[in-house]
Design a protein around this ligand. Structure first.
Ligand SMILES: O=C1O[C@H](COP(=O)(O)O)[C@@H](O)[C@H](O)[C@H]1O
Length: 228
């Protein structure tokens, strides 16, 4: 596990976009990547579009999502919609290489549908690269501290979370653990409590939060801390 601090969001975005490209080069025949939702990755997407778009054979890139807010794809709260608007519609990736989490069918059916897509396109749920965010309560993807009992590779939450409160679908720890590389990206602002603990003494918060509970050896925390 490595922690990298950046002076600002742009520097963090540059590094995370470079990592995207580096991992693509290692797996350029079939690059399986899982993206996080929320606003943090948007700057990274801009850099991938401007710096790397033309260096990547998008036919060989498969895009999945770590979690989804269970709301219509037309809503600005939908992770796929945001990723499509800020990233996917700007790159020449075939539509058939994008695997979204459906919100137009019942939630129990959607997790089965999503898991089937993953089973079909990966070897035993293994991704080359998984991007994750960090919530101010230490959640990651949609694995929330107060409901971690569900087993399986894909789960949905019992409660509604966030603003607006919505049920969520998420990949679970067992799937994330299998990835070749995991990148957490987070902005210090509004997440001081959990990020301070991660930065200052990771060992003391190991296993305390969903975001610090992974055992995978190839985890990068990229944290933008103004003026650091
Ligand atoms: O709700 C969510 O939030 C987290 C963090 O989002 P951010 O806006 O702070 O970047 C995100 O990682 C997750 O995918 C999303 O569903």
């Amino acid at each position: 596990m490595k922690i990298y601090l950046f002076k600002n969001e742009d520097e963090m975005a540059n590094r995370s976009a470079k990592l995207f490209y580096e991992e693509y080069l290692k797996n350029s025949n079939s690059f399986k990547v899982m993206l996080s939702g929320g606003s943090t990755p948007i700057n990274m997407y801009k850099i991938i579009i401007s710096e790397y778009k033309d260096k990547i054979n998008w036919e060989n890139v498969l895009i999945f999502f770590g979690d989804e807010r269970f709301i219509s794809e037309n809503s600005s709260n939908n992770n796929y919609k945001n990723t499509y608007e800020n990233f996917l519609k700007h790159i020449p990736i075939p539509k058939s290489n994008i695997f979204k989490i459906r919100t137009d069918i019942p939630i129990e059916k959607s997790i089965i549908d999503y898991e089937n897509k993953i089973i079909t396109k990966t070897k035993n749920y293994k991704f080359n690269l998984i991007y994750l965010g960090i919530g101010n309560d230490g959640h990651t993807a949609s694995l929330f501290p107060d409901e971690l009992k569900k087993k399986g590779f894909i789960i949905y939450t019992e409660k509604e979370h966030g603003n607006p409160p919505l049920k969520r679908i998420s990949v679970n720890f067992d799937l994330i653990e299998k990835a070749d590389k995991i990148i957490f990206m987070s902005n210090y602002k509004k997440k001081e409590k959990v990020l301070n603990q991660i930065i200052e003494n990771f060992e003391t918060v190991k296993n305390k939060y969903p975001t610090t509970s992974l055992k995978n050896q190839n985890i990068y925390y990229l944290i933008a801390k103004d003026g650091y």
